[in-house]
Design a protein around this ligand. Structure first.
Ligand code: GLU
Length: 488
């Protein structure tokens, strides 16, 4: 068999939808698993949906996720141009459309909007135009005269009314459709641009695509594409249609969910490696009972036969969990680099953000979780006496007052230069030994005094190291003052 070649063929219409990212990923994996080639083609023939800057988003997303293409607009592999609007200018689609006209497989259609409107039928609540082949019956002279008069036209595919068209999809199996259900779809629009329906066939053939991986919204049109391949006498590619992605309410994942694009997810504090890993599992399952896979590992194990037919549900909680796994396993320097812009929003005091990042790295799922973990650095929460009661350590507000009052001078005696976790912890241990109490009994009130919280990232003395001597002592003094008011 010849080398496998797949393509990702996005339309530059805005952010990268999770479904498109999955198509790109599966396309990449199908090719790379078989040692084949992965190509990028920009499908910008729908001028109305074109969004400025969207091509940059596509490029950035592919670079960010590691889906490196072997051929594309900036990497010529001999099948260019790789941008459809440039292919229009080169006359490629018109040439093939005319070839179909010559073969009787396509025809000029001069029908006006009004006439097409009048053909509208309401089928299952939807307005559908099934073209009635009116222009198929124009004589050669009429056609020539219309063209010569500069009348606007489209070129339509000529699908016979009788018979059926079959097609095979690797995921959905054998599909047979009566031709009467297949509309004479437009191949070339009145602006001279091809429709997706035509361009995908011409380009996939000319660019040597062996496996077409795309969303299942194209499944129902695929019989029409097959007819085009057959009309040209071209090999039909292997089709791999991927299942729908829904939100938790089982609706198609859309902008409304707030997390339907790759960029949304980055904005919300997810990292691209976790997104890629999660997206791989949206409709595909590995053989092993395992969920964490790097892109390289996916390349090794990805077998497209294991793609599912049934819709995949996008579970944000699951993605959060996965993201947490990635953050926790990250090299601390890389974690810091990524966390810093977020952390700077949450901690504005003059504290060592490296140390704070280290404390929170394994405690968060997404970067914004750092806000709640670190809020006490900038703002000590209001005094709450109830926090000082702890059954396990047998702490009461009275005992807390006592511990803090006795230990404050000992902390105070530690020099600025030595005011670090180890040194402070030794102070606590020595004090506990001297008083014959457990270290936890001492640590409990100290943590609450310096953070106003029972649970914090890092130990009490780690927090003190970050807060520094002045701030730590002032927070402990403040706690003593507040406790005095209650216990005395
Ligand atoms: N341009 C189409 C889209 O973005 C591509 C579909 C395909 O992969 O063929 O939906």
């Amino acid at each position: 068999m010849s080398e496998i070649k797949t393509r990702f063929a996005p339309s530059p219409t805005g952010r990268m939808h999770v479904g498109n990212l999955r198509t790109a990923l599966y396309s990449y994996l199908v090719a790379k698993h078989a040692g084949g080639k992965f190509m990028l083609r920009i499908e910008d023939t729908d001028q109305e949906r074109y969004v400025e800057g969207a091509v940059d988003i596509i490029n950035r997303t592919l670079a960010d996720t590691g889906l490196v293409y072997d051929e594309g607009p900036d990497k010529d592999g001999g099948c260019g141009p790789y941008v459809q609007s440039e292919r229009v200018k080169a006359g490629i689609y018109m040439k093939y459309a005319k070839e179909l006209i010559d073969k009787g497989e396509a025809y000029y259609c001069f029908c006006t909007k009004e006439r097409l409107e009048s053909l509208k039928q309401n089928i299952n609540g939807k307005d559908i135009v099934m073209y009635d082949k009116h222009c198929l019956h124009l004589s050669r002279e009429e056609i020539e005269a219309n063209l010569a008069a500069g009348m606007p036209y489209v070129i339509r595919q000529n699908v016979p009314n009788e018979g059926t068209t079959r097609f095979t999809d690797e995921i959905y199996g054998e599909i047979e459709v009566p031709n009467s259900e297949l509309d004479d779809m437009i191949l070339i629009k009145s602006d001279g641009y091809p429709t997706y329906n035509f361009a995908n066939v011409v380009d996939d053939h000319l660019m040597g695509i062996t496996h077409v991986v795309r969303g299942n919204e194209y499944l129902s049109s695929s019989p029409k594409y097959n007819r085009l391949y057959q009309a040209f006498g071209w090999d039909i590619p292997t089709y791999i249609h991927c299942p729908l992605i829904t939100d938790e309410e089982h609706h198609k994942l859309s902008k409304r969910s707030g997390h339907s694009s790759f960029e949304d997810l980055l904005d919300q504090g997810f990292v691209s490696k976790a997104i890629v890993n999660y997206v791989a599992l949206l409709g595909w399952s590995p053989e092993e009972d395992r969920e964490i896979y790097s892109l390289e590992e996916l390349v090794k194990v990805f077998d497209y036969h294991r793609i599912n037919k049934s819709p995949a549900v996008f579970d944000l909680q699951k993605l959060k969990w996965m993201n947490g796994q990635y953050l926790a396993a990250m090299d601390p320097d890389i974690f810091y680099q990524m966390a810093e812009p977020w952390l700077k929003q949450y901690v504005t005091g003059n504290y060592d953000l490296h140390k704070i990042a280290k404390m929170v790295q394994t405690r968060i799922e997404i970067f914004p979780d750092m806000e709640a973990e670190t809020d006490f650095f900038d703002h000590l929460p209001a005094f709450d006496e109830s926090l000082y009661t702890n059954k396990k350590w047998k702490v009461t507000p009275e005992k807390a007052w006592n511990v803090l009052t006795e230990i404050l001078p000992r902390f105070s005696a530690v020099s600025d230069a030595d005011f670090c976790n180890d040194e402070l912890y030794t102070v606590i241990k020595d004090y506990a030994a001297e008083k014959n109490v457990k270290a936890g009994f001492v640590i409990w009130p100290v943590r609450i005094a310096v953070s106003g919280k029972q649970i914090t990232p890092g130990g009490a003395t780690e927090l003190m190291e970050v807060l520094g001597k002045n701030e730590s002592l002032s927070r402990i003094s403040e706690a003593i003052k507040n406790l005095t008011a209650i216990v005395k």
